[in-house]
Design a protein around this ligand. Structure first.
Ligand SMILES: [Zn+2]
Length: 429
């Protein structure tokens, strides 16, 4: 993913103190060796939009539409999210972080949306730090009365997180959630990235008014960006904004016209996010394939080859870039991760090609994007530390995590008074 380094058919990556020192052939060094023969060595995937606290609610809204999800999750005191205790948040974040690592994703932008109290926020951070994942933690405060959300009444908790941040922390504080003037102003003043849900054209128009106030800039990543008007896209492009799309979650909820092509047309950096596992899967092999097919299915090249408005078909490698370097740009930490570049941190995945679904390899990017799945994720390093090896997370009792998640789900669901097993559809309309 680094054009200067290029692709090596056979090569070495030299790591020291968690930093990539060199990438090349036959590097000589006094170093412990990790044998990567038969493996594709890639920068770890970067998931630019996620809500890991929801892990215990996996597939709860599998067949929902957008309003079902929003109504059942957060409208009124009985809504599911409002039942979360700090303990539920901890296990959700830990389970979600481990799931991402196991799937080869080394950085997640986690838009918490469950910071009901500072204790909830601390529990989220504890779970993430326990996992070893690199995370951009987008604290989601609510200013004023944003129905249907509860009052996440601790917008200034971000000062506490910034002052209490440990040295060498893999968690990067940020702000996020709504398109909100006060939130954007706070982020600009603190020089923090913002991750904002832009779910419809109306939110896009709000962005245009904020642009006039000087609140927009390259530090903002816009999530979803469905059905935006051309005037909004122009503002995002001119101010250097980044875009995060969640093809599987957006199309599952039938949220609207995807942002992929409008962003590509303007040369805006696109990244992939899973959104919540209550709606769609986390693994990036699924995300990459969905993105590739979405764009290709909208490009009838043969039928319209003479039409200048027919977009060019996306390439496999473009999708791989969205999943790695594009993600790092959208996570606002591409100076640290996203490519195997000397000077960046060693967030690296080894994908096994000695499997019936991956070998023999003729097109490495094609093998990763079209053929592989999480069973090919052999080894994962974050910041030079091995967190997965030989297909297993290191030092993790998966059964224990699942037991806690099962108990957490039972508690949240019973307090909300809703069915624990969804038979058929949970649609409310
Ligand atoms: Zn979201």
């Amino acid at each position: 993913m680094d054009p200067t380094v290029g692709d090596l058919e056979v090569g070495d990556v030299l790591i020291e103190d968690g930093e990539i020192m060199a990438v090349g052939r036959d590097l000589a060094a006094e170093a412990a060796e990790l044998d990567c023969s038969g493996k594709i060595v890639l920068p770890g995937f970067v998931n630019s939009h996620h809500h890991m606290f929801q892990t215990a609610l996996r597939s709860y809204w599998a067949d929902a539409l957008d309003l079902d999800y929003f109504m059942q999750s957060r409208f009124g005191p009985d809504a599911l999210f409002h039942q979360y205790t700090p303990d539920d948040v901890y296990w959700g974040e830990l389970g979600g972080a481990l799931e991402n690592l196991a799937a080869g994703t080394t950085t997640v932008v986690d838009t918490s949306q469950c910071s009901y109290t500072p204790e909830h926020t601390d529990a989220a951070l504890d779970g993430i730090r326990q996992s070893g994942l690199r995370c951009v933690f987008s604290l989601s405060p609510c200013f004023g009365d944003h129905e249907p959300d509860p009052s996440y009444a601790h917008p200034h908790d971000i000062h506490r997180l910034l002052s209490a941040r440990p040295a060498d922390d893999l968690v990067h504080p940020a702000l996020g959630y709504h398109v909100d003037d006060e939130l954007f102003r706070l982020a600009r003043d603190l020089e923090l990235p913002v991750f904002a849900h832009v779910n419809d054209a109306g939110s896009g128009h709000h962005l245009e008014t904020m642009d006039a106030e000087g609140l927009l800039g390259p530090w903002i990543t816009y999530i979803h960006c469905l059905d935006l008007d051309d005037t909004t896209w122009k503002v995002i492009e001119r101010t250097g904004g980044k875009v995060s799309i969640s093809v599987m979650a957006e199309q599952t909820l039938a949220m609207g016209r995807p942002a992929l092509q409008p962003a590509l047309d303007r040369g805006i950096s696109v990244s992939l996010g899973s959104d919540a596992v209550s709606i769609a899967p986390v693994d990036f092999f699924s995300q990459m394939r969905a993105t590739y097919l979405l764009q290709r299915s909208s490009v009838p090249v043969l039928a319209h080859r003479d039409d200048p408005d027919t977009p060019a078909p996306l390439h496999i490698r473009d999708v791989l870039r969205m999943a790695t370097l594009g993600g790092a740009q959208a996570a606002q930490i591409d100076h640290l991760v996203g490519s195997l570049t000397p000077g960046k941190r060693a967030d690296i995945v080894l994908l096994n090609t000695r499997t019936l679904n991956a070998g023999p390899v003729h097109h490495a990017a094609g093998t990763v994007v079209q053929m592989m799945d999480t069973s090919n994720v052999d080894t994962v390093l974050v910041d030079g530390r091995i967190v997965k090896r030989d297909g297993r997370l290191v030092g993790v009792d998966t059964g224990n995590v699942l037991d806690h998640l099962t108990r957490s789900a039972a508690g949240v669901i019973s307090r909300a008074g809703v069915p624990s097993i969804v038979l058929g559809s949970c649609r409310t309309r």
